[in-house]
Write a protein that binds this ligand. Structure first.
Ligand SMILES: N[C@@H](CCC(=O)N[C@@H](CS)C(=O)NCC(=O)O)C(=O)O
Length: 213
């Protein structure tokens, strides 16, 4: 019998922000296909991909005729679409509020703070900035992961995949302060078998050094 075609298809570049979704797919454990794009060669700016994501950015996920873009949205989507994996507190669960809070905090506060700092951009007036100030932003995240083992305590969720990946790459590139709370949290994440599988797959998919983005 022919193998059924996976209904999940990730448009991916290795390594990149879409590596977070690769890890998420490994945590979910459902079959998926990859369409690997070379950003350096501009494959993400070709009409075929722009028809999927007009932003020309990875990741983009296709599932049963739907397209989802934005790493955080894809993580939320997958966790809800595949509840058996247990990666999202259900609506009504006492952890749901904290889960959504930190999911949005990543894209709305943490990443803008990191990118402004990296680009040496003035964040502007505290009251106008989406995150206020850099040090407070980093401090509240460090407190949130200090005890762990996960963001929501004993329960590992899609939030750890999403925010954990962001902490991993931003500390690796020296954009986020290398605080002990982050180091310990990232070390715990790196032990996840799904994270290891995704990292190995990404390493095998990465373009040769002369063709990297
Ligand atoms: N806000 C987007 C950001 C995605 C993004 O910036 N992806 C980068 C790779 S890390 C990309 O596709 N860059 C290629 C380009 O813009 O040409 C998300 O969270 O998914």
């Amino acid at each position: 019998m022919p193998t059924p075609k996976a209904s999940l298809r990730l448009h991916h570049a290795a390594p990149s922000r879409s590596s977070t979704v690769l890890w998420m797919l490994e945590e979910i454990g459902e079959p998926y296909d990859l369409n690997v794009l070379n950003l350096m060669e501009g494959q993400n700016r070709q009409p075929a991909f722009l028809a999927i994501n007009p932003m020309g950015k990875v990741p983009a996920l296709e599932h049963d005729g739907q397209v989802v873009t934005e790493v955080g949205a894809i993580c939320l989507y997958l966790a809800d679409a595949f509840p058996k994996a247990g990666l999202a507190p259900a609506i009504g669960d006492p952890h749901r509020g904290a889960y959504l809070r930190w999911m949005f905090f990543q894209g709305n506060c943490f990443e803008p703070a990191i990118i402004d700092k990296a680009m040496k951009r003035e964040p502007g007036a505290q009251a106008m900035s989406p995150y206020g100030d850099f040090d407070t932003t980093i401090d509240v995240v460090a407190k949130a992961v200090a005890n762990g083992p996960w963001f929501l305590g004993d329960r590992f969720t899609a939030l750890d995949v999403y925010f954990g990946s962001a902490l991993r790459w931003t500390t690796m590139f020296g954009l986020c302060p290398d605080r002990p709370e982050f180091k310990r949290y990232i070390a715990r994440l790196d032990e996840r078998p799904a994270a290891k599988r995704a990292a190995a797959r990404d390493a095998a998919l990465a373009p040769p050094a002369d063709k990297k983005a």
